[in-house]
Every structure is written in C-alpha cells, then in structure tokens.
Ligand binder design. Sequence first.
Ligand SMILES: Nc1ncnc2c1ncn2[C@@H]1O[C@H](COP(=O)(O)OP(=O)(O)O)[C@@H](O)[C@H]1O
Ligand SMILES: [Mg+2]
Length: 204
Amino acid sequence: MRIVTANELQGWLSQGELLEKDSNGPKVIRLPDSRIVKIFRSRRLSLIARLRPDARRFAERAERLQQLGIKTPVIDELCWIERGQSISACLYHPLQGNPLDKLFHASNADFQALLPHLAGYIHQLHQKGIYFRSLHLGNIVQTPDGGFGLIDFLDIRFKKRPLGRMLIRRNFQHLQNYLQRRKVQNFPWSELMRCYEEVSKSSS
Ligand SMILES: Nc1ncnc2c1ncn2[C@@H]1O[C@H](COP(=O)(O)OP(=O)(O)O)[C@@H](O)[C@H]1O
Ligand SMILES: [Mg+2]
C-alpha cells in the first residue's frame, strides 16, 4: 500500500469536496475526478490494524459483497494516510445513485412507493447471510436501474446461513436506533415491517 504524502492529502482536501467529517478530521472526500476517498481511523490495536488495515478490510468486503451479487462502489486504490497511527484510505468510484436518506427527505410519497422493494432487498441480504450492522438510510443507495447497493460496510458480517429471527430483529434494531438518533419523524416503520413479513412469507 503506498503512502500518501502530506502534499497530496492537502491537495485532496483543497480541491475536493468534503462530504463527511468528525471530531478526528475528514472522513469522506469527493475528488475533482469524481472518485471518493474514504478515510479510516482504526480503533483496533495498532499492530493488527497495521497488518490488516481497515482500508483493506473494506476492499475485501466490497469484493465479497459483489460476489454475492450486491452492488458496491468499485475500489480503485488503497493507501496509508498515517501508517504510525493506522490511518488508511480507500479510493473508489462512487456507486451511481442516491442514498435513501436523500430520497426519504425529498419525497415521502416516493419513499412509500419504494418500501416493498426496500423490504425485498433487506430480506435478500438476510437470506444471503449478510448482517449489515450499519443498516440505515444513509448507507443504502438506490441505483439508476431501480435496484439498491451498499456503501459504508466496514462492519458488515457474513454468516454461513440465512439470518435467524434473533439476528433479523437485532438488525432492524440498528435501523430503528439510527432513526431515533437522527430524530427522524414520520418514518413508515410498520409499513416497512409489514412489507418485510410479506416477502418472508412468500419466499418460504
Ligand atoms: N459510493 C458512494 N456513492 C455515492 N455517495 C457516496 C458513496 N460513498 C460515500 N458517499 C457519500 O458520502 C457520504 C458518507 O459516506 P459513508 O461512507 O456512509 O461515510 P460515513 O462513515 O461518514 O457514514 C454518504 O452520505 C454519501 O452522500
Ligand atoms: Mg454512512
């Protein structure tokens, strides 16, 4: 993995668009060539994080998801921002489309119409044994073909079998916690649950 120079990082920050940051600094930058830089500040033990940096884990998960037929951004490059502090980065081509939080805030009616498809998609993830701990509206993208894809999946887990009831319930709890944290009003929760139940029934 190559090491990004301080100059290059400065260039990304000054010429790119900062999409996300937190108290530790920039997290997601859109470069002028439209690629996205996602920066990982590992919380894991530094030796482990140095051997298998988060950027690499992210790229491995992208590949595994793609093998399972789940759309993700296409990873272009992995690099170190600050090796001593286990800060790594992924450069990737964005997944075309709109994150669902944007859709939800733009039009309630359009979002409602999407619910059966969204429920079907989540059900499909669960059937494939994919436990997406960051399951929330900011991390699911609706693609131009009307399908969906995932971003921000560093903490995803792959199970050998379809998820059981407990994990499914826990997974929806992640979404519910997100809605509460963000104080999202009017989310059609029971409608989403009803749609999910319906797909579960029709596929069993
Ligand atoms: N592949 C992508 N396609 C489209 N937009 C993206 C993509 N990756 C990131 N973004 C944009 O960057 C924002 C944050 O990215 P994300 O990876 O979810 O970071 P965070 O850890 O801050 O949640 C998203 O809300 C989205 O607007
Ligand atoms: Mg996110």
